[in-house]
Design a protein around this ligand. Structure first.
Ligand code: CP3
Length: 344
């Protein structure tokens, strides 16, 4: 039977009259129903590990807006936790983890096959979702890319310039390389289990790829992504993969070909016109409306949305933001974006 899910058609390289649409962090704090379920769970991590409530928050934006894809509700930092790192979230500040800065810290981590005990509830969420989603909605699983995950594991928190990870790469290259390899192999197992549980697409988030310059980009962003994709394609050849090397700039060019990704997600620091010429020539592109339009709305939202749709209409395109929607966004602006994309 011909594929009917629009996201899967775009990922297979089809140019559609209307791009399918979903939104990074579509289940999140801008939605009152998310805040209510999160309060019921108690805290963010309890929400991630409660399969019933995680299913509920994943479905909320589908019910409200009818997005073409649902993204599994979880977090990229669950993999470090499953490897044995301590993880907690400080309200208003973000994640905190025990740090990996020495051979002794690294030696305490578990192996790739030890992660499933912690991550089993996530696979259960995926199974729940496959049973609960509308027939036309695609289910996307995800993980962080090794570099981005390593930046949090090394610094123990988010940092503006990823300096601790860059430093460890220079001062303790053996520890750094071992950590990257461990995250890479664990990520392959994690994504493979998501696919076996029912994820139809997976996305690899490399949020801090932009801080890797020159040969470092190849070595720590491109190569690990390529390795993960090759392993997943060997096991699950029919599952499309979206790569998001955020703020890669010129390094977006050729990224899909070099890594085997079926789609490259672009942030808002490049224009859609540039992406059409330089990235979409190799296949599907996802992006790239500035998420601040979800706060400010109005004519600028409409004209920018139209401009992006227009710029990328000559090839396969999945409409999305350039980064996650923020908690101060107005839910009505999301509806305005969707109506504009769908021309209704
Ligand atoms: O997109 C989705 O709706 C799916 C769920 C999802 C979350 N995090 C839920 C979440 C996804 C795909 C992520 C990815 C993620 N997590 C990334 C990569 C993408 C990106 O944004 O660059 C990163 C770097 C993280 C790590 C992380 N998780 C940080 C830095 C924070 C704190 C910042 C913040 O927004 O509060 C989180 C928390 C987090 N992850 C929230 C959500 C909905 C907010 C937690 C809450 O409800 O309090």
């Amino acid at each position: 039977m011909a594929e009917t899910k629009t996201i899967l058609r775009a990922l297979a390289g089809e140019t559609l009259p209307t791009p399918p649409i979903w939104m990074m962090r579509q289940a999140g704090r801008y939605l009152p129903e998310y805040k209510a379920t999160r309060a019921e769970a108690g805290d963010f991590l309890s929400l991630c590990y409660n399969s019933d409530l995680a299913t509920e928050v994943t479905l909320q934006p589908i019910r409200r807006y009818g997005f073409d894809a649902a993204i599994l509700f979880a977090d990229i930092l669950l993999v470090p936790q499953a490897l044995g790192a301590d993880l907690w979230f400080v309200t208003g500040e973000g994640p905190r983890l025990s740090t990996i800065t020495s051979e002794a810290d690294f030696a305490k981590l578990g192996g790739k096959d030890d992660i499933h005990e912690t991550l089993n509830p996530i696979y259960q969420t995926v199974r729940n979702l496959r049973g609960a989603l509308p027939a036309e909605t695609t289910l996307i699983g995800f993980a962080g890319a090794p570099w981005t995950v390593a930046t949090y594991m090394i610094a123990g928190k988010g940092t503006p310039d990823q300096a601790p990870a860059h430093a460890l790469k220079g001062t303790h290259p053996a520890v750094f390389d071992a950590l990257m390899a461990r995250i890479t192999e664990a990520t392959i197992e994690y994504l493979s289990m998501q696919i076996e549980a029912g994820a139809e697409v997976v996305k690899i988030f490399d949020s801090w790829a932009g801080s890797l310059k020159g040969a470092d980009f190849e070595k720590y962003a491109l190569e690990p992504t390529k390795e993960i994709i090759a392993a997943l394609k060997a096991r699950h050849p029919d599952t499309p993969i979206i790569a998001f090397p955020r703020e890669a700039g010129e390094n977006y060019i050729g990224f899909a070909k070099a890594t085997g990704a079926d789609c490259v997600a672009i942030d808002d620091s490049v224009t859609a016109e540039w992406a059409a010429q330089n990235v979409q020539i190799d296949g599907c592109v996802q992006g790239n409306l500035k998420s601040s339009h979800m706060v400010t709305g109005g004519d600028a939202l409409v004209s920018e949305t139209r401009r992006i749709v227009d710029a990328l209409k000559g090839g396969p395109h999945i409409f999305n933001l350039g980064h996650g929607i923020t908690p101060d966004a107005d839910p009505e602006n999301v509806q305005l974006m969707i109506d504009t994309v769908r021309g209704s």
